[in-house]
Design a protein around this ligand. Structure first.
Ligand code: ATP
Length: 303
């Protein structure tokens, strides 16, 4: 039976500016995404019947739904509907991206399923068409296809590449248990309503753009900003100890990744990243720490 495997990166948000809640319940965002070398693999296998099924492998497989709610299944279903195909396939997801960790793992799997099924079913849909279908599944799906470093506006799904030079070295402190993205946005709204947090300006940060353009890790570390961080810390106060441990180990920047609870630390080099990872693990402030680099390409067919 034929199969196609796609590798899809996690993302970290270098700037996440959150506007007030809109009438449709979403928030306007200025969201600088950066794809990092922490990958899920999605394999689409030919199936005898018309069903779409999914199997999930990896440490956190038990936390991922295996029915029609799985974002990879929803993406494959949407692709089948768009192309008028009956849609049989078995999807196998090998998860390395933390689940509900603020690194868009579910969106990565959706993007992987779009690329893999487009190939398996020989549909020949364009990248732009896959991006459009992806945006219908979730705001972070188009970036998992796009990769690199990009700014998303609107709900975060309208993407423009941000010029960046060099490679940045990262450490991700993975937490026990996830944080629900809607709950973190709701907490952000609550903190603003009570005056405990203020809305940011919805514009790409000039110091951040300059740091990326120049490949200047020190300046990038200082420019990292996440409007959801106060809300994530309010719901999970122990994360401030995690951030402190990374700062104490000399990280150039320390930030909650997206809606958390994963914490991201920027390091000077790959060797420094390994040192920071060892320090946060030894401090006992996370489940485990992994190193990665960015930017990397979006969803890509595996060799
Ligand atoms: P984001 O950063 O985009 O807000 P996240 O990284 O915090 O998302 P995900 O790992 O994408 O969170 O998962 C959010 C929820 O989506 C999970 O709790 C899970 O129930 C559900 N889900 C559906 N499909 C998947 C999938 N393929 N992988 C992971 N989670 C999935």
């Amino acid at each position: 039976m034929a199969s196609v495997t796609v590798r899809v990166p996690a993302k970290v948000n270098l700037q996440l500016a959150v506007g007030p809640v809109r009438d449709d319940g979403y928030h306007d965002l200025v969201n600088v995404f950066h794809a990092v070398s922490l990958f899920d693999e999605v394999t689409a296998c030919e199936a005898a019947g018309p069903e779409l099924t999914v199997r999930v492998e990896g440490e956190s497989a038990g936390d991922v739904p295996t029915g029609p709610d799985n974002l990879a299944v929803r993406a494959a279903q949407a692709l089948a509907e768009r192309s008028g195909r009956s849609g049989g396939a078995e999807l196998v997801i090998r998860k390395a991206i933390p689940v509900a960790g603020g690194m868009a793992g579910g969106s990565a799997d959706a993007a992987g399923a779009l690329v893999a099924c487009n190939e398996l079913w020989r549909l020949g849909l364009s990248f732009a068409e896959l991006m459009e279908i992806g945006a219908g599944i979730g705001s972070d799906v188009p970036f998992a296809l796009f990769g690199g470093t990009a700014v998303g506006t609107g709900r975060g799904e309208r993407l423009t590449a941000v010029p960046a030079s060099g490679t940045f070295h990262w450490v991700f402190a993975l937490a026990d248990g996830g944080l629900s993205t809607p709950a973190v946005y709701a907490e952000c709204d609550r903190l603003r309503a009570t005056g405990e947090a203020a809305p940011a300006e919805l514009a790409l940060s000039a110091p951040l753009a300059a740091a990326l353009r120049d490949g200047d890790a020190k300046a990038l570390g200082l420019a990292l900003v996440n409007d959801l961080q106060p809300a994530a810390l309010s719901l999970r106060p122990s994360l401030s100890r995690t951030l402190d441990a990374g700062r104490g180990a000399g990280a150039l920047g320390a930030i909650v990744s997206g809606s958390g609870p994963t914490c991201a630390f920027l390091a000077e080099s790959a060797a420094h990243a390994a040192e920071v990872a060892a320090a946060v693990e030894t401090a006992g402030v996370c489940r485990s720490a992994v190193t990665a680099s960015g930017p990397v390409r979006g969803a890509t067919l595996a060799e």
